[in-house]
Write a protein that binds this ligand. Structure first.
Ligand SMILES: NC(=O)c1ccc[n+]([C@@H]2O[C@H](COP(=O)([O-])OP(=O)(O)OC[C@H]3O[C@@H](n4cnc5c(N)ncnc54)[C@H](OP(=O)(O)O)[C@@H]3O)[C@@H](O)[C@H]2O)c1
Length: 318
């Protein structure tokens, strides 16, 4: 029997590459749909010959979305942006989600997993969160059986959180504690989010449900910065930066091609990013979450001044 085909929109990104690997292991034939398929070619060796095929598709284009879905039994919808560059939050999070859900309904696709974010569904002033909420609404309206996953910040070897602050600590004498560093996060391992995507596709209760995905521990922003400094072996000042001052700085930083911080992200940081007490979670999909301590040291060592075996070398010298 031929394996079933799935289309993974946004499969070349950080979460996408781990989702594609997990789906390939489960035997799916995978179309990886993104705007720059050449950036997804590195995924092909993760499956058997011909099992993973990158294709060009912009989710804001309904015709390309429909073409990307032909022959597929299921969908994973991942495209998301943290700041607008050539496309707006509305285009990717709302129009894109709407196009995918409408085409899925028209073509009679059996299953869909849509990745949103914790904070969606609340009345946030952040454009990122507001458009994620609107995206969820469009998905539910056109394809009620979709499973929606809302992760907290996702960590893993290619993440934009620990890696960015570890890189900053290399040359900056201080790390900023935005809003005093009190905002709480529940970082979730990228491998666990990928496992949740696979589990949702096979779980009889998952269709139509929303899950919030967090790791086993809640940390304040300050505690996360302390983890970065501990794992990179750096001593840096942790300097509280009030929200108003962070927004002012972000106003200028957002002009960079890949901004370190935007005013919208500062707005997001005003709210805790943790799993709601009543939410369905990873446990409801049969997944035991991985700790930050188990994974982060394995990829932050490269930011140490003297490399992976710095501690070992010190021990020998002593
Ligand atoms: N990373 C986190 O900490 C985190 C936390 C909570 C929620 N999420 C959500 O998880 C999802 C995946 O995040 P990520 O970190 O993996 O993002 P990412 O690394 O930036 O990947 C985004 C992917 O979407 C594709 N994409 C962007 N615009 C597109 C468009 N118009 N049409 C088709 N594909 C498009 C990109 O490829 P091309 O540029 O080639 O098109 C890329 O494959 C997002 O929805 C994000 O909001 C992430």
């Amino acid at each position: 029997m031929q394996a079933k085909q799935i289309t993974v929109f946004g499969g070349s990104g950080f979460l996408g590459r781990h989702a594609v690997r997990a789906l390939a292991k489960e035997g799916w034939r995978i179309k990886v749909a993104c705007r720059h398929p050449h950036r997804a070619f590195f995924l092909r060796p993760l499956g058997q010959v011909g099992q993973i095929a990158p294709i060009k598709c912009d989710v804001t284009n309904p015709d390309e979305v429909e073409a990307a879905l032909h022959g597929s039994a299921a969908i994973v919808n991942l495209p998301g942006i943290l700041y607008p560059r050539g496309q707006s939050f509305e285009e990717v999070h709302v129009t894109g989600a709407d196009n995918v859900a409408q085409a899925a309904a028209r073509l009679g696709i059996a299953a869909m997993v849509h990745v949103s974010a914790i904070g969606a569904g609340t009345e946030s002033e952040s454009r990122y969160a507001r458009t994620k909420t609107e995206g969820e609404t469009r998905i539910r309206a056109a394809f009620p059986a979709a499973t929606i996953l809302r992760p907290s910040i996702v960590f893993g070897p290619e993440d934009q959180f620990f890696n960015t602050f570890a890189a900053l600590a290399r040359f900056s004498p201080a790390l900023p504690l935005i809003g005093g560093g009190h905002t709480r996060f529940q970082p979730v391992f990228v491998g666990d989010v990928a496992a949740a995507i696979c589990a949702a596709l096979g779980h009889p209760q998952a269709p139509g449900r929303t899950y919030e995905l967090g790791g086993p521990t809640i940390y304040s922003f300050r505690e996360l910065m302390q983890i970065v400094l501990r794992e990179t072996g750096r001593k840096r000042l942790l300097v509280p930066l009030p929200f108003w001052l962070a927004s002012f700085k972000a106003f200028f930083l957002q002009l960079a091609p890949k901004p370190l911080l935007t005013p919208d992200q500062v707005t997001l940081l005003r709210q805790d990013n943790v799993v709601a007490p009543t939410a369905l979670t990873l446990a409801d999909l049969g997944i035991r979450p991985t700790t930050v301590e188990a994974e982060v040291p394995a990829y932050l060592w490269r930011f140490r001044a003297k490399g992976e075996y710095a501690d070992l070398a010190q021990g020998r010298a002593g």
